[in-house]
Design a binder for this molecule. Structure first.
Ligand SMILES: NCc1[nH]cc(CCC(=O)O)c1CC(=O)O
Ligand SMILES: [Mg+2]
Length: 333
């Protein structure tokens, strides 16, 4: 956008409106509210909670605790949570069959949460095979190749067990081509026309996912392998626009850019290009670097948390998935 010129200095002094708090509040262009927050939560099959060394302050919750955490989200006014399972190694296999077990951990937990909180809280579940595959890849692997169409057939089944468990939003995070259309038709064919699809549409092959992979236990399975044949290269911007365009054409209700802070240019471009609900994921490595620096006393933790989240809003995000969700909700209250 280009604006008409303003009167030159000294007639115009931009500091004038900055010189009082009331005035800064009046001219504020963007703001952050609790309604913008989605809280990612890790669950494990067991009781109590477990610390995650690379994600200080974030816990894995046992099945006995997670419902209380969901209730806390409701009390804080957070609109939605995203659940991620740490699957027991014994349940992982090459075909990731636990992904479409209707009694798997996330399905059981989703039923419990929905029973407790009903429609006061949206529950978002990832569709991708990496929590369940012995090789740690998001898709089926044959001869070292991550298979696209074969994976989509399994993702359909995974989405259906999650929808049957009562999940409100299916969030495919696997980056297979065509999976949004496949999942949308599977949902529609089975009476789940009102279950939303939030596509991880522009997801990059990023080193910022490291602590998440520790949290769900996929780092050990993945070993030295990477996800570059399906997640986008960090060099890509036009390609991200094509990814979003295709996912919208296949029926996505909302789209996500991931990671967040290093990709705010993509967030801005996606929002400006399509004008659809656009989310950004401030991923585990972003949380870890801010939190780590705050814990070391190098940064003001609360200030950088709120500044980084506001920056997502300024870029055009409608909401942010962030491990800071509860802290931010408290700070904003
Ligand atoms: N499909 C798995 C998935 N879903 C969300 C994240 C990362 C989130 C984070 O780092 O916080 C990942 C990791 C990956 O793709 O390896
Ligand atoms: Mg795609």
């Amino acid at each position: 956008m280009t604006y008409p010129p303003r009167a030159p200095f000294p007639a115009t002094r931009l500091r004038r409106v900055r010189s009082h708090d009331w005035s800064r509040r009046l001219v504020r262009e963007n703001s952050l509210s609790v309604d913008d927050l989605i809280w990612p939560l890790f669950v494990f099959n067991g009781s109590g909670s477990q610390e995650i060394p690379s994600l200080p302050g974030v816990l894995r919750w046992g099945t006995d605790e997670i419902v209380d955490v969901a209730k806390r989200a409701v009390d804080l006014g957070i609109p939605a949570i995203a659940l991620f399972p740490a699957t027991e190694p014994g349940l992982k296999n090459e075909e990731a069959t636990e992904a479409f077990n209707e009694n798997n951990l996330v399905c059981r937990v989703t039923r419990e949460i929905k029973k407790a909180v009903g429609d006061q809280l949206g529950v978002i579940l990832d569709v991708a095979l990496d929590p369940y595959s012995s090789h740690g890849q998001d898709g089926l692997v044959e001869n070292g190749v991550v298979m696209n169409d074969e994976t989509n057939a399994v993702l359909r089944q995974q989405a259906l067990v999650q929808a049957r468990a009562g999940c409100d939003v299916i969030a495919p995070s696997d980056m297979m081509d065509g999976r949004i259309g496949e999942i949308r038709s599977a949902l529609d064919d089975h009476g789940f026309a009102n279950v939303q699809v939030m596509s991880y549409a522009a997801k990059f092959a990023s080193a910022f996912y490291g602590p998440f992979r520790d949290a769900v236990g996929s780092a050990a399975s993945l070993g030295a392998a990477d996800k570059k044949t399906y997640q986008q290269s960090p060099s890509q911007s036009d390609e991200a626009i094509h990814e979003v365009a295709l996912d919208l054409a296949e029926g996505a209700d909302s789209v996500m850019v991931k990671p967040g802070m290093p990709y705010l240019d993509i967030v801005a471009r996606v929002k400006q290009t399509f004008g659809v609900p656009t989310f950004a994921y401030q991923v585990s490595g972003e949380y870890a670097m801010l939190r780590g620096a705050a814990d070391a006393g190098w940064l003001d933790g609360q200030a950088v948390m709120l500044e980084s989240l506001l920056a997502f809003k300024r870029a055009g995000a409608d909401g942010i998935l962030t491990y800071f969700a509860a802290d931010a909700a408290e700070a904003l209250a």
